[in-house]
Design a protein around this ligand. Sequence first.
Ligand code: GDP
Ligand code: IMO
Ligand code: MG
Length: 429
Amino acid sequence: MSQTSSKITAIVGAQWGDEGKGKITDFFAGEADYVVRFHGGNNAGHTVIVNGETYKLHLIPSGVLYDHPTSIIGNGVVIDPAALIKEIKYLQAKGVDPKLKVSDRAHIILPYHIEMDIALTQYQGNLAAGSTKRGIAPVYGDKMYRHGIRMIDLLEPEVFKEKLEKAFNFNLTIIKAFGHSSNLNKDKIYNEYVKFGEFLAPYISDVSVDLYNSYQKGESILFEGAQGISLDVDHGVYPHTTSSNTVAGHISSGTGVTFGEINRIIGVTKAYLSRVGQSPLPSELDGIEAETLRDKGREYGTTTGRPRRVGWLDLVQVRQAVRTNGLTEIVLTKLDILSGFEEIPVCYAYKIKNKIITEMPASLSDFRNAKPIYKNLKGWGELTPDMIEKGFSALPQTLRDYVKYIEDQINCKITIISMGPQRHETILR
Ligand code: GDP
Ligand code: IMO
Ligand code: MG
C-alpha cells in the first residue's frame, strides 16, 4: 500500500484527555473494518451515545457499537483482565456482542499493580499525577523491568506461574517497604487469572498479522487514542503524565502497523479545557466561573467520577499536539457548551519570567510559573438545532471567528466541529 491510497486514520487527544475521542471515533467507525486501541488501559473512559443509549467504554474501542468493524486491543495497551471481562459482559447485557481480538503481547494488570499505584501516588506527593488507581504506572514499569506478564502467559499456566513468582515478590517487597500492608495471596491470584485466561482465550491472538493483512487488502483501519498530548510520558507535563505515549507515533510500536501507512491523523480538541488529576494548569478557572463551566459541560470523570478541573482553551498545548502528532486536521468538540458566554478568553501564549513563550516548556519550574496570556474573543448566543442541521455557514459569525482564530494560531485546519454528544450533532466543514 502506498501512503496516498491508504485508508488508515488515527484519532488522538490534543489536550489532557476527555476531549471527546470516543464520540469522534464512533462518528468515523461506521466506515472502518478495524477499530484499534494502541496504548493506555482502563484509565481511559470514552463515552458514546447512540440512539439515546449511553455507553461508557474503557478498554474496548468505540467502534464496537457498529456490527461491521472488528475491535482490536493492540500490544501497547495494558489490560486488566477482570475489567475487560466486565466490559464484555456490560456490552452483552446491552445487546452488543463485541467482535473483539486482543493482542497476545499486551501486558496485564494484576492486583499488586493497583496496590502499588496507591502506594506510589502517596509516596510521590506533590510530584504525583493523581492517577486513576488502575495500576497503569506499575504495569508499564514491570514491562520495562522485563518481568511483566502478558496475555499469552495466561494461556501457558507453567510460564505464568514462573513469571508471577518473580513479579509478585518484587511488587510486594516494594509495597511493604512503603509501609503498606497487603492481603494479596499469590496462589489465589494464580488460580483466578488462569480462569480469566480460559474466558479470554478465544479473543487472544497476534493481531498485528490481522492488521497487516487488512491494510494490504486496502481495508480501512481506525486507531483510537486514549488520554491526550499533555499526558504523554515523553511530550507531556512530566511527571504529571500517564505512563504511555499518547502521540500518534506510538501506533507503530503499540500495534505493529507501520506509521508510513497512516494518512489521516485527527487531533480532538475541546473548545475549552478540562483536566482530571494533579499538575499546574495555567488557564485553569476557579470559583463560580469554574463551577458554571464544569456543570454546563458535565465535566465529571467517566472512569473515576472525579470533578474535572476546567479552564479556557490553551493553544500552547494544542500547538504542541499539532507538531508532535503530525496532525492533518483537528476536530473541535463541545462548542455548544461555550454558548451564552459574553466573552471567551483563549490562551495563545504563556508569560514565564517576563518572557513570552508559545511552546510547551520542558522545565517543571517554568510550567509552574507560567501565566496565561489571553486573547478575548466575542461569544455567541444559544444555538438552535436548525443551525446545526444547516451546517457551518449557518452558525453565528462570532463562533466562526473563534474557529478561525484557533486555526490561525496553531496552523492546522479544523475540519469538523462537534455541537453535542450524539452522532448527528456533528458538522463537517
Ligand atoms: P474521551 O475520553 O476523549 O472519549 O472523552 P469523554 O467521553 O471522557 O468525555 C467527553 C464527554 O463529552 C462525554 O460525556 C461525551 O458524551 C461528551 N461530548 C462529546 N462531544 C460533545 C460535544 O460536542 N458537545 C457536548 N455537549 N458533549 C460532548
Ligand atoms: P481518556 O482516554 C483524562 C490522568 C489521571 C492522572 C494521570 C495519570 O478518557 O481521555 P494514570 O491512571 O494513567 O496513571 O493517571 O493521567 N488520566 C486521564 N485524564 N482522561 C483520561 O483518559 C485519562 N487517563 C489518565 O487523571 O492525572
Ligand atoms: Mg475520557
